[in-house]
Design a protein. Structure first.
Length: 345
C-alpha cells in the first residue's frame, strides 16, 4: 500500500542535480567535490571549512547544515535559479565560494560542469551558463580573451577580492548582469550584492541587517547563524539593508593622524594601481600611488580632485603591479618597492 492509499500525501519530489567532471579534472579535484556531495547526502548536521587566510592565519569553522542551506536558498532565490539550469564550478570546493556552488547545485538541481581551477577558466565557447561564480582575476582573463563571448553567461557573480576600477568598467559593458558579492566564510558566502556599473552601494539579501560599530561593519543574519558579527571592514552604513564598503580596517593608512582607506583612492583613480602607506618622518605614514605602466597621471589627478586633499597621494609612481594567487594585489611587495624607489631619489 502506497502513501496515498494510506491517506498520507506523497513526499514532494526533490530537485536532482547533475554533476559532470571534465576530463582535465585531477583526482584531487574530483575528490574535493565528491567529499561535499557525500557529506550532503549523508544528512550530517555540520561541515568543517577553513577560512582563506588572506587576512590572517586560516581558521577552522564548524558550520551548521541548516545555515549552509539557508545561504544556498538565498542565492537561488535572488538569481532565480531552477532545476535543470547549468552552472560551471570554477572555484575550489575546499573554500566557501566553491563549496557553496556545489551545495547550490544540490539544493536547486542544477547541471554543474566541474572544471579545473584555472586563472583563465576553460569554458566551452557557445555553451551557455545560467549562473557563474568567479574571482575577479578569472573574469579579467575572460574579458581579455577575444574568443570569449560574455553572452554565454546569463548572470555572473564575483567574490574573493575587490574589483579593480578598469576591470569594473569592462565588465559593466557585458550584455548580462555582473554582480560583486560581499561576504566571507563566517557568513557562508555573500550577504550583500552590488551590480557592477551601478554604483558602490551593496544591497543586503532578504533577512540580512547591517549596523556600524565605530568604523566597522556589523552583520546580522540569524538564518545563517550570524549575530552581531563585527567585521574587519570599514563601511558607511546607509540603512539597515545597504552600505558602502570603504576598505579593510587593518589596511588603513594613518597619515598625519587621519585614516585613509587605500581602496577609496584606488576606486577614484579609475585605472589599475595600488595605494600604499610607507614610513614618513613628517606624516607618520605617507600615501603613495603605484600605477600600472601606461596610466595617464594628469587624468588621475583630475579624478582625485573629488577627494579631500589629505586623501590624495603624496607621490605617484609607475611599476608593474604584482598579484597574489587569490587575485588580490600584493600590497606588501608594492610598499617595499615604493619605499626603496623613493629612498633612491
Amino acid at each position: 500500500m502506497d502513501a496515498v492509499s494510506r491517506g498520507r500525501p506523497p513526499k514532494p519530489r526533490l530537485p536532482k542535480a547533475e554533476l559532470e567532471f571534465r576530463a582535465a579534472c585531477s583526482a584531487a579535484r574530483r575528490r574535493e567535490v565528491e567529499d561535499v556531495v557525500a557529506w550532503w547526502n549523508s544528512g550530517s548536521a555540520t561541515y568543517t571549512l577553513h577560512t582563506s587566510g588572506s587576512t590572517g592565519a586560516p581558521k577552522e569553522l564548524v558550520l551548521q547544515r541548516s545555515h549552509i542551506e539557508a545561504s544556498a536558498r538565498a542565492t537561488i532565490a535572488f538569481f532565480g535559479l531552477s532545476e535543470g539550469q547549468r552552472s560551471p564550478l570554477l572555484l575550489s570546493a575546499k573554500r566557501v565560494g566553491g563549496f557553496m556552488m556545489v551545495v547550490r547545485a544540490l539544493v536547486a538541481g542544477l547541471k554543474l560542469d566541474i572544471l579545473p581551477v584555472e586563472r583563465r577558466p576553460a569554458t566551452r565557447p557557445g555553451l551557455r551558463y545560467d549562473f557563474v561564480a568567479l574571482v575577479p582575476e578569472q573574469a579579467a582573463a575572460l574579458a581579455a580573451d577575444p574568443k570569449f563571448n560574455p553572452k554565454d553567461f546569463r548572470c555572473t557573480l564575483l567574490g574573493g577580492a575587490d574589483v579593480r576600477p578598469e576591470l569594473e568598467e569592462a565588465l559593466s559593458k557585458w550584455p548580462r548582469p555582473v554582480y560583486h558579492g560581499y561576504g566571507m566564510t563566517e557568513t557562508l558566502s555573500h550577504v550583500a550584492l552590488r551590480r557592477l556599473g551601478h554604483g558602490r552601494t551593496y544591497q543586503g539579501l532578504p533577512g540580512v541587517l547591517f549596523a556600524q560599530k565605530g568604523e566597522a561593519l556589523v552583520v546580522d543574519n540569524p538564518a545563517r547563524g550570524v549575530r552581531g558579527l563585527v567585521t574587519a571592514d570599514a563601511a558607511n552604513v546607509m540603512s539597515f539593508s545597504e552600505f558602502e564598503w570603504l576598505g579593510r580596517l587593518d589596511g588603513a593608512v594613518v597619515s598625519a593622524g587621519k585614516k585613509i582607506f587605500p581602496e577609496v583612492v584606488e576606486s577614484a583613480s579609475g585605472c589599475e594601481g595600488v595605494a600604499v602607506g610607507i614610513p614618513s618622518r613628517e606624516w607618520g605614514q605617507m600615501l603613495v600611488w603605484v600605477g600600472a605602466p601606461g596610466f595617464d597621471s594628469n587624468q588621475i589627478a583630475l579624478k582625485w580632485e573629488a577627494l579631500p586633499s589629505w586623501q590624495r597621494p603624496k607621490h605617484v609612481l609607475e611599476h608593474v603591479i604584482p598579484y597574489l594567487s587569490s587575485g588580490k594585489p600584493d600590497r606588501q611587495a608594492v610598499a617595499r618597492w615604493a619605499t626603496q624607489e623613493l629612498d633612491l631619489r
